[in-house]
Design a protein around this ligand. Structure first.
Ligand code: PMP
Ligand code: GLN
Length: 410
């Protein structure tokens, strides 16, 4: 393994995904739905795969299939409230992962500092390190304890955040709604970050893959829409999350051409172009939803309504089991404090407790979840030791059949 990747060889999805399979556990770990995407999304790809247009079987434009960048430019011009150029201001990538990778590799120089708010989607840290960047961590603080905790109670300390910015700061990751916490940032919180970014000339990597999964009464605010923030923000989205097709691995980065240029140049030499049929099918799916964005039948309005029920059901289930969930305002993950449970585990001091608890839970109770210390830097892993992360978009088949019914019968 090359020196710049040393230390990144452990990966929570690989380790705990394998463990779940090995123990045939109900998998509430890795985040992907257990329901089918809408029928028209499935039809789109099946039609494309039998298309009479021979072009759809071959490579398409490097920076994004024209039909897809065109529809995304119309959609995001509306969402971000400015004219977005389909060719110069959008890059289509292999999932949001690809967009994050191109952003970091395309813009970070060795020695640049990159602020990462904890808990964070785990790949941010190794991506920054592989680029020679220096991650600077700041944890969200749970400001409330007790039986009812919301992700809104987790806050940044404004003074601490201010101290993290310096002349060396090149970028900050902002993930809203956040994975794993479900926090949806408020205007005032975004404004604080935006003002610091403007003061120190910092770029925002705005990971908004859960942009449609917002639970009432919360509102998704794009930091790119704050005053003078378009020119320093890369907004990242995912077809996998938008249409419940995580296996389609199609994502995008949207921003000013001055920044997107760097991502496009990186992309052209490592991926070159993403699969044509998938991009065509995602374009068809967006074209279908575009005219009905404000209507209840829009998939982006329906899915959160289904999910809020699953969220609340999981909250009840966790409380009955003696845990304290943090109720998420968005996304499809939830943290829960398990420390009040009485379990017979001989914890070893050399590893965060959540890892040991999750292994025990998977092996002995056949329930697979994710240890959230994976979303913290080495020095802050202890902050997550009492928690597990659960994914509730799977709740229908996994939880409903196996756990809830068993409980009812008991
Ligand atoms: N960012 C966050 C916050 C995520 O949870 C994920 C996981 N899907 C990604 C990015 C990567 O998305 P994709 O599957 O489109 O690569
Ligand atoms: N985003 C998903 C999660 O957080 C999947 C991550 C992955 O598979 N690498 O569970």
């Amino acid at each position: 393994i090359a020196d710049r990747h040393k230390g990144s060889d452990k990966n929570v999805w690989v380790e705990f995904g394998r463990l779940a399979v090995e123990h045939k556990a109900v998998n509430l770990g890795q985040g992907f739905p257990d329901h089918f995407p809408p029928q028209y999304v499935r039809d789109a790809l099946s039609d494309v795969s039998n298309s009479d247009s021979e072009l759809l079987y071959q490579y398409t434009r490097s920076y994004g299939h024209p039909r897809l960048v065109n529809v995304l430019s119309v959609l995001y011009s509306r969402l971000i409230q400015r004219d977005i150029h389909p060719m110069d201001e959008i890059l289509i990538t292999v999932g949001a992962y690809g967009a994050l990778y191109c952003a970091v590799q395309g813009l970070i120089n060795p020695g640049d500092e990159v602020i990462i708010i904890e808990p964070y989607f785990d790949c941010y840290e190794p991506m920054v390190r592989a680029a020679g960047g220096i991650p600077v961590f700041i944890p969200l603080e749970p400001t409330k304890s007790g039986a009812v905790v919301s992700s809104a109670d987790w806050k940044l300390d404004p003074e601490e955040l201010t101290r993290k910015f310096s002349d060396k700061t090149k970028a900050i990751f902002l993930n809203t709604p956040n994975n794993p916490l479900g926090k949806v940032y408020r205007y005032e919180e975004l404004e604080l970050i935006a003002n610091l970014c403007k003061k120190h000339d910092v770029v925002v990597f705005a990971d908004e893959v859960y942009e449609w999964l917002i639970y009432n009464p919360n509102e998704h605010i794009r930091i790119a829409t704050l005053p003078d923030m378009w020119q320093r923000t890369i907004t990242i989205g995912s077809a996998g999350k938008s249409f419940s097709v995580t296996g389609w691995k199609t994502g995008w980065a949207i921003g000013p051409s001055r920044l997107i240029y760097a991502l496009q140049k990186l992309h052209q030499n490592c991926i070159y172009t993403c699969p044509t049929p998938i991009q065509e099918a995602v374009a068809i799916a967006f074209e279908k939803e575009m005219p009905q964005l404000e209507k209840p039948e829009c998939y982006f309005n329906q899915l959160p309504l289904e999910l809020i029920e699953k969220r609340d059901r999981m909250v009840r289930f966790l409380r009955e089991a003696g845990m304290i969930p943090t109720i998420p305002e968005g996304g499809y993950f939830m943290l829960a404090d398990y420390s009040k449970l009485k379990v017979d585990i001989d914890y070893k001091p050399d590893e965060p407790r959540d890892l040991q608890f999750v292994r025990w839970l998977t092996k002995n109770k056949k329930l697979a979840v994710i240890p959230p210390s994976a979303f913290y830097s080495q020095q802050h892993k202890h902050l997550a030791e009492d928690m597990i992360r659960l994914c509730f978009i799977k709740a229908r088949r996994a939880l409903a059949t196996k756990f809830y019914k068993k409980k009812k019968r008991a």
